[in-house]
Design a protein around this ligand. Structure first.
Ligand code: SF4
Length: 207
Protein backbone atom coordinates (compact mmCIF):
# COMPACT_ATOMS: atom_id res chain seq x y z
CA UNK A 1 0.00 0.00 0.00
CA UNK A 2 1.09 3.56 -0.59
CA UNK A 3 2.19 5.39 2.55
CA UNK A 4 4.33 8.34 3.61
CA UNK A 5 5.10 6.58 6.90
CA UNK A 6 8.76 5.58 6.18
CA UNK A 7 9.57 9.18 5.20
CA UNK A 8 8.16 10.84 8.35
CA UNK A 9 10.88 11.57 10.92
CA UNK A 10 10.24 10.37 14.47
CA UNK A 11 11.59 13.53 16.06
CA UNK A 12 12.15 17.20 15.31
CA UNK A 13 9.88 20.19 14.78
CA UNK A 14 8.10 21.62 11.79
CA UNK A 15 11.31 22.57 9.98
CA UNK A 16 12.60 18.99 10.11
CA UNK A 17 9.20 17.72 9.03
CA UNK A 18 9.03 20.09 6.06
CA UNK A 19 12.54 19.11 4.98
CA UNK A 20 11.72 15.40 5.13
CA UNK A 21 8.44 15.88 3.26
CA UNK A 22 10.36 17.40 0.33
CA UNK A 23 11.73 13.90 -0.35
CA UNK A 24 8.51 11.94 0.18
CA UNK A 25 7.90 9.15 -2.33
CA UNK A 26 5.01 7.65 -0.42
CA UNK A 27 2.65 7.60 -3.39
CA UNK A 28 2.96 8.23 -7.15
CA UNK A 29 1.84 11.89 -6.97
CA UNK A 30 5.40 13.14 -6.45
CA UNK A 31 6.33 12.04 -9.99
CA UNK A 32 4.46 14.65 -12.01
CA UNK A 33 4.24 17.47 -9.47
CA UNK A 34 6.94 20.14 -9.19
CA UNK A 35 7.52 19.82 -5.46
CA UNK A 36 6.02 18.94 -2.10
CA UNK A 37 3.85 21.75 -0.76
CA UNK A 38 4.01 21.52 3.00
CA UNK A 39 1.95 23.41 5.58
CA UNK A 40 2.87 26.91 6.70
CA UNK A 41 2.24 29.05 9.73
CA UNK A 42 3.16 29.45 13.38
CA UNK A 43 4.38 26.30 15.14
CA UNK A 44 1.76 26.84 17.83
CA UNK A 45 -1.01 28.35 15.78
CA UNK A 46 -4.43 28.26 17.47
CA UNK A 47 -6.24 27.11 14.36
CA UNK A 48 -5.19 24.68 11.64
CA UNK A 49 -6.90 25.04 8.26
CA UNK A 50 -6.83 21.88 6.17
CA UNK A 51 -7.52 22.00 2.44
CA UNK A 52 -7.46 19.33 -0.25
CA UNK A 53 -4.18 19.57 -2.13
CA UNK A 54 -1.98 22.27 -3.65
CA UNK A 55 -3.18 23.87 -6.89
CA UNK A 56 -1.23 25.01 -9.92
CA UNK A 57 0.21 28.17 -8.31
CA UNK A 58 0.96 26.39 -5.04
CA UNK A 59 2.80 23.65 -6.93
CA UNK A 60 4.96 26.20 -8.74
CA UNK A 61 5.69 28.35 -5.68
CA UNK A 62 5.98 25.54 -3.13
CA UNK A 63 3.61 27.25 -0.69
CA UNK A 64 0.02 26.43 0.28
CA UNK A 65 -2.90 28.78 -0.48
CA UNK A 66 -1.00 31.34 -2.58
CA UNK A 67 -3.25 31.10 -5.67
CA UNK A 68 -6.69 32.67 -6.22
CA UNK A 69 -8.38 30.37 -3.66
CA UNK A 70 -5.75 31.28 -1.07
CA UNK A 71 -6.29 35.00 -1.63
CA UNK A 72 -10.03 34.55 -1.16
CA UNK A 73 -9.41 32.53 2.02
CA UNK A 74 -7.16 35.29 3.44
CA UNK A 75 -9.90 37.84 2.86
CA UNK A 76 -12.55 35.61 4.45
CA UNK A 77 -10.34 34.90 7.49
CA UNK A 78 -9.72 38.61 8.02
CA UNK A 79 -13.42 39.31 7.77
CA UNK A 80 -14.23 36.56 10.28
CA UNK A 81 -11.63 37.99 12.68
CA UNK A 82 -9.09 35.16 12.55
CA UNK A 83 -5.57 36.59 12.64
CA UNK A 84 -3.03 35.22 10.14
CA UNK A 85 -0.61 34.81 13.06
CA UNK A 86 -3.07 32.40 14.69
CA UNK A 87 -3.47 30.24 11.61
CA UNK A 88 -1.52 27.31 10.20
CA UNK A 89 -2.57 26.28 6.69
CA UNK A 90 -1.98 22.89 5.12
CA UNK A 91 -3.50 20.28 2.83
CA UNK A 92 -4.65 16.67 3.23
CA UNK A 93 -2.45 15.76 0.25
CA UNK A 94 0.90 17.48 -0.24
CA UNK A 95 1.45 17.04 -3.99
CA UNK A 96 -0.55 18.58 -6.84
CA UNK A 97 -2.61 16.05 -8.81
CA UNK A 98 -3.62 17.09 -12.30
CA UNK A 99 -4.30 16.03 -15.84
CA UNK A 100 -2.73 17.72 -18.84
CA UNK A 101 -3.79 17.09 -22.42
CA UNK A 102 -0.33 17.92 -23.79
CA UNK A 103 2.89 19.39 -22.43
CA UNK A 104 2.57 23.17 -22.04
CA UNK A 105 -1.24 22.88 -21.93
CA UNK A 106 -3.06 24.03 -18.81
CA UNK A 107 -2.81 21.60 -15.91
CA UNK A 108 -6.30 20.68 -14.71
CA UNK A 109 -6.81 19.84 -11.04
CA UNK A 110 -7.88 16.26 -10.29
CA UNK A 111 -9.25 15.18 -6.92
CA UNK A 112 -6.94 12.85 -4.99
CA UNK A 113 -8.07 9.26 -4.50
CA UNK A 114 -8.75 7.68 -1.14
CA UNK A 115 -5.47 5.75 -1.48
CA UNK A 116 -3.51 8.97 -1.98
CA UNK A 117 -5.26 10.68 0.95
CA UNK A 118 -4.51 7.70 3.16
CA UNK A 119 -0.89 7.58 1.98
CA UNK A 120 -0.36 11.25 2.82
CA UNK A 121 -2.15 11.06 6.20
CA UNK A 122 1.00 10.56 8.31
CA UNK A 123 2.22 14.07 7.40
CA UNK A 124 -1.02 15.66 8.56
CA UNK A 125 -1.01 13.52 11.72
CA UNK A 126 2.48 14.79 12.54
CA UNK A 127 1.56 18.41 11.81
CA UNK A 128 -1.37 18.07 14.24
CA UNK A 129 0.89 16.50 16.87
CA UNK A 130 3.43 19.35 16.65
CA UNK A 131 1.13 22.37 16.19
CA UNK A 132 -1.54 21.12 18.63
CA UNK A 133 -4.17 23.55 17.35
CA UNK A 134 -7.19 24.39 19.50
CA UNK A 135 -9.40 24.01 16.45
CA UNK A 136 -9.26 22.52 12.95
CA UNK A 137 -11.08 24.21 10.09
CA UNK A 138 -11.92 21.59 7.47
CA UNK A 139 -11.97 23.17 4.01
CA UNK A 140 -14.17 21.07 1.76
CA UNK A 141 -15.15 17.46 1.16
CA UNK A 142 -11.72 15.98 0.49
CA UNK A 143 -10.19 17.34 3.69
CA UNK A 144 -13.31 16.17 5.54
CA UNK A 145 -13.04 12.65 4.16
CA UNK A 146 -9.32 12.54 4.94
CA UNK A 147 -9.91 13.57 8.56
CA UNK A 148 -13.36 12.19 9.37
CA UNK A 149 -13.88 9.28 6.98
CA UNK A 150 -15.62 8.67 3.68
CA UNK A 151 -19.14 9.29 5.02
CA UNK A 152 -18.31 12.98 5.59
CA UNK A 153 -20.74 15.36 3.86
CA UNK A 154 -19.77 19.02 4.04
CA UNK A 155 -23.33 20.28 3.44
CA UNK A 156 -24.59 18.40 6.51
CA UNK A 157 -22.05 19.66 9.04
CA UNK A 158 -20.65 22.95 7.77
CA UNK A 159 -20.64 25.77 10.28
CA UNK A 160 -20.96 23.47 13.29
CA UNK A 161 -18.39 22.55 15.93
CA UNK A 162 -17.64 18.81 15.86
CA UNK A 163 -15.65 16.84 18.39
CA UNK A 164 -13.90 13.78 17.02
CA UNK A 165 -10.94 11.53 17.59
CA UNK A 166 -8.39 12.30 14.85
CA UNK A 167 -5.11 10.38 14.63
CA UNK A 168 -5.42 9.43 18.29
CA UNK A 169 -6.18 12.92 19.56
CA UNK A 170 -9.46 14.52 20.61
CA UNK A 171 -9.99 17.45 18.24
CA UNK A 172 -12.58 20.18 17.73
CA UNK A 173 -13.39 20.82 14.09
CA UNK A 174 -15.45 23.33 12.10
CA UNK A 175 -16.10 22.19 8.52
CA UNK A 176 -16.79 24.59 5.68
CA UNK A 177 -16.48 24.66 1.90
CA UNK A 178 -13.17 24.89 0.07
CA UNK A 179 -12.47 28.46 -1.08
CA UNK A 180 -12.06 27.19 -4.67
CA UNK A 181 -15.73 26.10 -4.53
CA UNK A 182 -16.61 29.73 -3.77
CA UNK A 183 -14.70 30.80 -6.89
CA UNK A 184 -16.65 28.28 -8.99
CA UNK A 185 -20.06 29.06 -7.47
CA UNK A 186 -22.78 30.55 -9.63
CA UNK A 187 -23.69 33.02 -6.89
CA UNK A 188 -20.21 33.85 -5.75
CA UNK A 189 -21.23 36.51 -3.25
CA UNK A 190 -23.65 34.17 -1.46
CA UNK A 191 -21.03 31.40 -1.41
CA UNK A 192 -18.46 33.82 -0.01
CA UNK A 193 -20.86 35.01 2.73
CA UNK A 194 -21.42 31.36 3.64
CA UNK A 195 -17.70 30.75 3.98
CA UNK A 196 -17.28 33.84 6.18
CA UNK A 197 -20.25 32.79 8.35
CA UNK A 198 -18.66 29.35 8.93
CA UNK A 199 -15.32 30.94 9.75
CA UNK A 200 -17.10 33.19 12.25
CA UNK A 201 -18.31 30.02 14.00
CA UNK A 202 -14.66 28.95 14.16
CA UNK A 203 -13.59 32.37 15.48
CA UNK A 204 -16.24 32.20 18.24
CA UNK A 205 -15.21 28.64 19.14
CA UNK A 206 -11.66 29.90 19.61
CA UNK A 207 -12.97 32.56 21.97
FE1 SF4 B 1 4.21 11.68 -0.18
FE2 SF4 B 1 1.85 12.84 0.13
FE3 SF4 B 1 3.37 13.50 -1.95
FE4 SF4 B 1 2.19 11.14 -1.90
S1 SF4 B 1 1.17 13.15 -1.98
S2 SF4 B 1 4.35 11.53 -2.41
S3 SF4 B 1 2.29 10.63 0.29
S4 SF4 B 1 3.84 13.87 0.22
Amino acid sequence: AYTAEPFVPGRGGLAALRKAAADCRGCPLHRDATQTVFGEGAAHARVMLVGEQPGDQEDRQGKPFVGPAGKLLDRALAEAGIEPADAYVTNAVKHFKFTQAEPRKRRIHKAPSLREMTACGPWLAKELEIVEPELIVVLGATAGKALLGSSFRVTQVRGTVLEEEIHGRRERLVPTVHPSAVLRAEDREAAYRGLVADLEVAARALG
